[in-house]
Write a protein that binds this ligand. Structure first.
Ligand SMILES: NC(=O)c1ccc[n+]([C@@H]2O[C@H](COP(=O)([O-])OP(=O)(O)OC[C@H]3O[C@@H](n4cnc5c(N)ncnc54)[C@H](OP(=O)(O)O)[C@@H]3O)[C@@H](O)[C@H]2O)c1
Length: 245
C-alpha cells in the first residue's frame, strides 16, 4: 500500500499510520502543523521495518485551495499513492455549537463540504489506480440525535456521499470504505464520560486496516456498535423525541 493519511498525527489516524508503517507499507502524512507532522513522520520512519522515510505536507480542511498541492506532494513522495485515509475532522459539543453559529459554520464546512471536496480530488487520482478511499463518518450520523444534532448531521452527510461513491465506482475498481466508530478514547473525546463499549484507537485501527485489506464498504467499530445502531435506527420518532440518546 502507498497510503496518504489526513489526520494521521493524532488519535485513531496515528494508530492507523503506525500499524501501516510497522507492517512495511509506505505512508505519507497530511495535517495542520509542521512540527507535529515532522515529529510523527520521524516516529513512523523509526517504526518502519526498512526505515523508509515518511514524507508529509500541510493540509488544512478549512483551505480547499491547498488540497491539490498537498496531494501532488504525496504523489511525488510515494510514486502515485493508492490509498487515502481521512480521519481529520472537528468536534464540538452540541451545547457549544448551539451557542456559536460561526463554530457551527466551520464544523459543518470542515466535516462535510470540504471533506467531500478533498475526497473528490483524491477520487480522481485513485480511480485509475483501482485504489482505496477510507473516510471516517460516525455512529452519530446514523440518526438525528439530540446530543449530536449538528456534528452528527455533518457525519451523516459524509456517510451518504461515501455510500454513493461505492455504488457508482465499485465496478470500476475503486474501493470506498466508510468507517463509523462508536465512542473511542482519543483527544477528541477527552473530558467526555466514556459510555459502555468505549474503544481504544489501536483496536479501531486494526479493524480499519483489516476492512481496507478486504476492500469492505462499511465498518462499525468496535463491532458491538453495529448491533447498537441497528436497534437505534429502528426506534420510532416518538421514542427519539423522548429519550436523551
Ligand atoms: N473518538 C471518537 O469517539 C470518535 C467517534 C466517532 C467518529 N470519530 C471520528 O474519527 C475520526 C478521528 O478522530 P479521533 O478520535 O482520532 O480524534 P483526533 O485525534 O482529534 O483526530 C482529529 C484530527 O483532525 C485534525 N483536524 C482538525 N481540524 C482540521 C483541519 N481543519 N484540517 C486538517 N486536520 C484537522 C486534528 O488535528 P489537530 O490535532 O492538529 O487539531 C486531528 O489530527 C474523526 O473523523 C472523528 O470525527 C471519532
Amino acid at each position: 500500500m502507498r497510503a496518504v493519511l489526513l489526520g494521521g498525527t493524532t488519535g485513531i489516524g496515528r494508530a492507523i499510520a503506525r500499524q501501516l508503517a510497522e507492517r512495511g507499507e509506505s505512508v505519507f502524512l497530511m495535517g495542520l502543523d509542521d512540527d507535529d507532522l515532522a515529529r510523527s513522520a520521524a516516529d513512523l520512519t523509526a517504526r518502519h521495518p526498512r526505515g523508509e522515510k515518511v514524507g508529509y505536507a500541510r493540509c488544512n480542511l478549512e483551505q480547499p485551495d491547498g488540497f491539490a498541492a498537498a496531494l501532488d506532494a504525496a504523489d511525488a513522495a510515494l510514486g502515485d499513492f493508492d490509498a487515502v485515509v481521512v480521519t481529520a475532522a472537528m468536534f464540538a459539543t452540541q451545547e457549544a455549537l448551539e451557542a456559536d453559529v460561526e463554530l457551527t459554520r466551520r464544523l459543518v464546512t470542515v466535516n462535510y463540504a470540504n471533506t467531500v471536496v478533498f475526497c473528490e480530488h483524491a477520487r480522481k487520482r485513485l480511480l485509475p489506480r483501482k485504489g482505496r478511499l477510507t473516510v471516517f463518518s460516525s455512529v452519530a450520523g446514523d440518526r438525528g440525535r439530540k446530543p449530536v444534532a449538528i456534528y452528527g448531521s455533518s457525519k451523516g452527510g459524509v456517510a451518504v456521499y461515501l455510500e454513493a461513491l461505492d455504488h457508482k465506482f465499485h465496478a470500476a475498481g475503486l474501493s470506498v470504505l466508510c468507517v463509523k466508530p462508536g465512542f473511542v478514547k482519543t483527544g477528541m473525546t477527552a473530558g467526555l464520560k466514556p459510555p459502555p463499549f468505549a474503544g481504544e484507537p489501536e483496536q479501531v485501527a486494526r479493524d480499519v486496516i483489516r476492512a481496507m485489506d478486504r476492500r469492505q464498504a462499511l465498518l462499525y467499530t468496535p463491532g458491538i456498535w453495529r448491533l447498537v445502531m441497528m436497534v437505534i435506527r429502528m426506534l420510532p420518532r416518538f421514542v427519539m423525541r423522548k429519550i436523551g440518546f
